[in-house]
Ligand binder design. Structure first.
Ligand code: NAP
Length: 259
């Protein structure tokens, strides 16, 4: 058993649905006091209500990670309602698909601003409070796409997800003196609303490429994040955990066929 995170103040950005909601649920079930963040207040509050109905402690908060003012208000709010910030899960990410020849400069900038700059802004705003925690933890949601693999149409997305890993290697060094760890989870194909909307055929083809023969669940990612946020992970920083059912391991189609 890991030491409980009960009573810890947790922020999860991009938590109204998908992986962020799974992370928020796992932290709530383990006693965290969670601020559920998305741009849409109604959806953030609906998620928080669901978590409260299940016995957790959660509040909804509207903020856009591309705006430093929103991030500062978010940090101040978390500190005011939950007495500080112990754990920041910087999870927001968008993945509009476009091949390079069709990708506009504006769309490139928007994905960079949301996924990469948004990660930086959330961390920068929360830092003064994380420094006051005796167990500061930052867990970023990256992806296998970019750091490990590629996928046509996701050059911009992959660049942000690989960029997040470059960022954490220096961030973990800078924050070590404050006892704050900075790590990332790298999900593979996770069953989220967005992914299921692609239809059963695409789901079948994704599952066929996964040795464990199923899509990941949002809870699979949530538990990896919970471990990185735990007291027991205190000596792990600047590192990554791939949560992909073995998807990135087979070195050939033959290797996959033999699983
Ligand atoms: P999702 O279902 O599309 O949810 C995205 C969340 O982020 C929503 O709560 C959304 O709410 C919020 N959001 C979007 N833009 C925002 C902004 N500018 N400011 C604040 N909140 C914002 O996404 P997901 O599939 O769960 O992905 C979550 C993370 O996991 C991303 O970083 C993604 O790259 C990564 N990931 C996902 C998969 C997968 O299989 N799904 C695989 C690998 C990595 P609003 O729109 O209301 O703001």
């Amino acid at each position: 058993m890991l030491t409980s995170i009960a009573g810890r103040s947790v922020i999860v950005t991009g938590a109204s649905r998908g992986i962020g909601k799974g992370i928020a649920r796992v932290f709530c079930q383990n006693g965290g006091r969670v601020l559920v963040v998305s741009r849409n207040l109604g959806e953030a509050e609906a998620c928080a209500q669901e978590l409260r109905d299940a016995g957790g402690e959660a509040r909804g908060h509207a903020a856009d990670v591309t705006r430093i003012g929103d991030m500062q208000t978010l940090a101040d709010t978390a500190a005011a309602v939950h007495g500080g910030i112990d754990i920041l899960c910087a999870n927001v990410g968008i993945f509009p698909q476009a091949r390079i020849e069709d990708l506009s400069v504006e769309d490139w900038d928007h994905v960079m601003a949301t996924n990469l700059k948004g990660t930086f802004l959330a961390i920068k705003a929360c830092l003064p409070y994380l420094k006051q925690s005796n167990q500061g933890r930052i867990v970023i949601t990256s992806s296998i796409t970019g750091p490990v693999t590629g996928f046509p149409g996701w050059s911009h997305y992959g660049a942000t997800k690989a960029g997040q890993l470059g960022f954490i290697r220096t961030a973990s060094l800078e924050l070590a003196r404050h006892g704050i760890t900075v790590n990332a989870v790298l999900p593979g194909n996770i069953a989220t609303e967005g992914l299921t909307a692609l239809g059963p055929e695409s789901e079948r083809s994704m599952v066929a490429s996964i040795p464990l023969k199923r899509l990941g669940t949002v809870d699979d990612v949530g538990y990896a994040a919970l471990f990185l946020a735990s007291k027991e992970a205190a000596y792990i920083t600047g590192q990554t955990i791939v949560v992909d059912g073995g998807q990135t391991l087979p070195e050939s189609l033959d290797a996959l066929a033999q699983t």
